[in-house]
Design a protein around this ligand. Structure first.
Ligand code: DGY
Length: 326
């Protein structure tokens, strides 16, 4: 009998597709709405044909081998797949899939919310009001920085970077981008974006939003030298992966006024947040909710399930990460 292990309850739409296709007994969902432990993962995956993990589950060779040789697909419930050892999966003929596209606009919305909140000191001023500290309107009360008409810097011009560019155009911003891959000149013109090398990108951007995957080359792409090169009025937003930013260096830059503010959805050691960052009033901090809307999480569940169905039925899944195993 088919066995599909889902490491945490996900929206019904995905589970329904799997139970309708393979029967209710084929689908085992970890019972608690908590990240499962390593031991629970090793136990739950035993005998599984398919694994549907979330981004906090580390799926390495040991986990794959604990499943047994029938494991055919790991359908990550995320677009990022740095939690999975893809090389180990490929070596074992296991397909890895992800959920691209469906969360692009939702994650861009969250990045834009963080950008606005950090620029206009929303978190800090809301805490002040709720604490009963507001005594009167003030000409100098909670002065922030303008967003409209400023220079937007997009670090990583993939799907989400492009969605940020779209929002920035609506705010009448000049748009710079930096990426290992440069767009075709005609696309740059069409999108109204200008490529800048990293020094110019850092020096000229009023806002920087990070949209690169976590790779050895992007780890700590933003650290002390980068913060020193940025404007004192700059705002940094990160909705990609925490380790792209050196959190200790960011906290120092925020405390010393090296940059103006930051908006973060992701952290180096989630769910832990660097204690120095927690002390920074000019950091807007949210708990990795980039794709967290009812609509998008439901689409992600359906997409991950579609990948499992296709793989287990011998068809080509829509979102392969390592298509060479097909
Ligand atoms: C992803 O899919 O990689 C996101 O981080 C989830 O919000």
């Amino acid at each position: 009998m088919t066995r599909i292990f889902i490491t945490r309850p996900i929206p019904d739409r995905g589970i329904r597709l799997l139970t309708d296709t393979f029967g209710p007994d084929a689908v085992i969902v970890a019972p608690n709405d908590l990240a499962i432990t390593r031991d629970e993962l090793l136990e739950g995956i035993r005998g599984a044909d398919a694994l549907l993990p979330i981004l906090t589950d580390t799926v390495d060779a040991t986990v794959m081998d604990a499943a047994g040789p029938q494991l055919k697909v790991i359908a990550n419930y995320a677009v990022g797949f740095n939690n999975i050892d893809v090389a180990a999966a490929t070596a074992r003929g296991i397909l890895v899939t992800n959920t691209p596209g469906v969360l692009t606009e939702t994650t861009a919305d969250l990045a834009w919310s963080l950008l606005m909140a950090a620029a206009r000191r929303i978190g800090e001023s809301e805490r002040y009001l709720r604490a009963g500290l507001w005594k009167s309107w003030g000409p100098q009360l909670f002065l922030g920085v303008d967003v409209h008409g400023q220079t937007m810097g997009i670090y990583g011009m993939g799907r989400i970077g492009l969605a940020i560019a779209h929002r920035a155009r609506g705010f009448g911003m000049r748009i710079l981008y930096n990426d290992v891959n440069r767009l075709a000149p005609s696309s740059e013109v069409e999108l109204g974006v200008v490529y800048a090398d990293k020094p110019d990108f850092l020096a000229e951007s009023d806002f920087i939003s990070i949209h690169v995957p976590l790779l050895p080359e992007t780890r700590h792409a933003f650290g002390e030298p980068e913060f020193r090169a940025m404007k004192k009025s700059a705002v940094l937003v990160n909705t990609s992966r925490g380790p792209v930013v050196d959190e200790a260096a960011l906290a120092r830059a925020l405390k010393s006024g090296q940059i103006f503010a930051a908006g973060l959805d992701v952290y180096e050691d989630e769910p832990a947040v660097h204690p120095d960052l927690l002390e920074c009033q000019n950091a807007v901090l949210v708990p990795h909710i980039g794709s967290a809307t009812h609509e998008t999480r439901s689409k992600m569940a359906h997409m991950a399930a579609q990948n499992i169905v296709a793989r287990l039925k011998g068809q080509k899944p829509p979102n392969p990460v390592n298509p060479q195993v097909l």
